[in-house]
Design a protein around this ligand. Structure first.
Ligand code: NAD
Ligand code: UPG
Length: 331
C-alpha cells in the first residue's frame, strides 16, 4: 500500500512527503530533479531519480513498491515560460501525465491525486470562482493541466480507479517546522520575490500593474498556506481509500489579498522597508482569482489551520532566511 509521490522533491511535493512520513505511510518519490531539491526530503526517503514519462521505469517502481496510490505533483509550473515554450509544457505536463496514468492503469493503481490549478479558469468574469465556473485557460500552462484533468475523467470512467483533481489557488508559506519550503532560485512567486527583496537578495521588486479593476488597482489572489493545501491532499487520499468518487476541488481560503497588501505584510513581518517599483501589467495575469472552496470543506472535512496572511508570510520569510544562510555558508 505504498504511495508514489511524483515531483516529491519540489516545493509542494516535499511537504506531502513529510506529511506522509509523519503518518508512517510507506512512500516512494520519483523526481527528475529539474527543480527538485534533495535536502528538503527526509534522509531516509526512497527517492528514484527518473522521469514520469519513462513508463517502463514507472511501472517497475509501481510493481517493486506495491504502489496503490499516486499523488502527482511533477510538472512545469511557470506561466510565462509556458507561453514561450508551449510544446515543452504540453510534453512535460500533458503527454507525460498520460504516460503516468497508463502505467497506473497497467499496474492496477486505484487512487490518483492530481495537482491542478486555478489557471484552468483563465480570466473569469466573476471574482469568486466555484468548480462549476467555465474552464477557459489563457495560457498553455492552464491548458496543459486542464487536458490532464480530462484524461483523468475519461480514464476513471473506463478503468477501475478514482481520482481527485485539486485546483490550487496561490500556494505560499513553508513548513512551520522549517523542514522544507520553496527552494528554486528562479521562483517567480510574489511572496518569495518580496522576501528576497527584504533580505537584500534583490535590489528591489516590481509590482506588475496598478490599473486593475480592484480596490487598490493591483492584482488580487487567494494565498493558501502550503501546509493547509497538503492537509487537503491527505484528506483526499483517505477519502479515496474509503471508496470516495472522483471529484474536482478548489483549494483556497475564499479571501483575496492585493499585491500591495502582500508587499505591506512582507515589510511588516521582516521589518524592512524594501523598494517595490510600480511597472506595467505582466502578460496573462487576471485581475482577481479567489476560490469558493466549499466543496473541499464539505467533501473532505477540510478545516484550514493557517488562514492568516502574516502567518503565511512569516513562514515563507523564515524559510527564505534559512535558505540565505545555507547559500552564504556554501559560497
Ligand atoms: N506553486 C503554486 O502556486 C502552484 C499552483 C497551482 C498548481 N501547482 C502545481 O503543483 C505542482 C507542484 O508545484 P511546485 O510549486 O511544487 O513546483 P516545483 O517545481 O517545486 O516541483 C515540481 C517537481 O516536479 C519535478 N519534475 C518536473 N518534471 C518532471 C518529470 N517529467 N519527471 C519527474 N519529475 C519532474 C521537479 O524536479 C520538481 O521537483 C505542479 O504540478 C504545479 O503545476 C503549483
Ligand atoms: O514580482 C512579482 C510577482 C508577482 N506579482 C503579482 O502578484 C500576483 C501573484 O503572482 P504569482 O505569485 O506569480 O502567482 P500567479 O501568477 O497568480 O500564479 C500562481 O498561482 C496560480 C493559481 O492561481 C498557479 O496556477 C501558478 O502555478 C502559480 O504560479 C499577480 O497579480 C502578479 O502580477 C507582482 O506584482 N510582482
Amino acid at each position: 500500500m505504498t504511495v508514489l509521490v511524483t515531483g516529491g522533491a519540489g516545493y509542494i511535493g516535499s511537504h506531502m512527503v513529510h506529511a506522509l512520513a509523519d503518518r508512517s505511510e510507506p512512500l516512494v518519490v520519483v523526481d527528475n530533479m529539474t527543480t527538485g531539491y534533495r535536502p528538503n526530503l527526509p534522509d531516509d526517503v526512497r527517492l528514484v531519480i527518473g522521469d514520469i514519462g519513462d513508463q517502463i521505469l514507472i511501472e517497475r517502481v509501481m510493481r517493486d513498491h506495491d504502489v496503490n496510490a499516486v499523488v502527482h505533483f511533477a510538472g512545469s509550473i511557470v506561466v510565462p515560460d509556458s507561453v514561450a515554450d508551449p510544446l515543452g509544457y504540453y510534453a512535460n505536463n500533458t503527454v507525460k501525465s498520460r504516460s503516468l496514468m497508463a502505467a497506473a492503469v497497467n499496474c492496477g493503481v486505484k487512487h490518483f491525486i492530481f495537482s491542478s490549478t486555478a489557471a484552468v479558469y483563465g480570466m473569469p468574469d466573476q471574482a469568486m470562482i466555484a468548480e462549476e465556473a467555465a474552464t477557459v485557460p489563457i495560457s498553455p500552462y492552464g491548458s496543459s493541466k486542464l487536458m490532464t484533468e480530462m484524461m483523468l475523467a475519461d480514464s476513471a470512467h473506463a478503468h477501475d480507479f478514482a481520482y481527485t483533481a485539486l485546483r490550487y489557488f496561490n500556494v505560499a508559506g513553508a513548513d512551520p517546522d522549517g523542514r522544507t519550503g520553496q527552494s528554486s532560485p528562479r521562483a517567480t512567486h510574489l511572496i518569495k520575490v518580496a522576501s528576497q527583496a527584504a533580505l537584500g537578495q534583490r535590489s528591489h521588486m516590481e509590482i506588475y500593474g496598478t490599473d486593475y479593476d480592484t480596490d487598490d488597482g493591483t492584482g488580487v489572489r487567494d494565498y493558501i498556506h502550503v501546509s493547509d493545501l497538503i492537509a487537503a491532499h491527505v484528506l483526499a487520499l483517505d477519502r479515496l481509500r474509503a471508496g470516495g468518487d472522483s471529484q474536482v476541488m478548489n483549494c483556497g481560503y475564499g479571501r483575496g489579498y492585493s499585491v500591495r497588501q502582500v508587499v505591506d505584510a512582507v515589510r511588516r513581518v521582516s521589518g524592512v522597508d524594501f523598494e517595490a517599483r510600480e511597472t506595467g501589467r505582466r502578460a496573462g495575469d487576471p485581475a482577481t482569482l479567489v476560490a469558493i472552496a466549499d466543496r473541499a470543506r464539505a467533501e473532505l472535512g477540510w478545516v484550514p489551520a493557517y488562514d492568516d496572511l502574516d502567518v503565511i508570510v512569516g513562514h515563507a520569510y523564515a524559510w527564505e532566511t534559512r535558505m540565505a544562510g545555507r547559500n552564504t555558508a556554501g559560497a
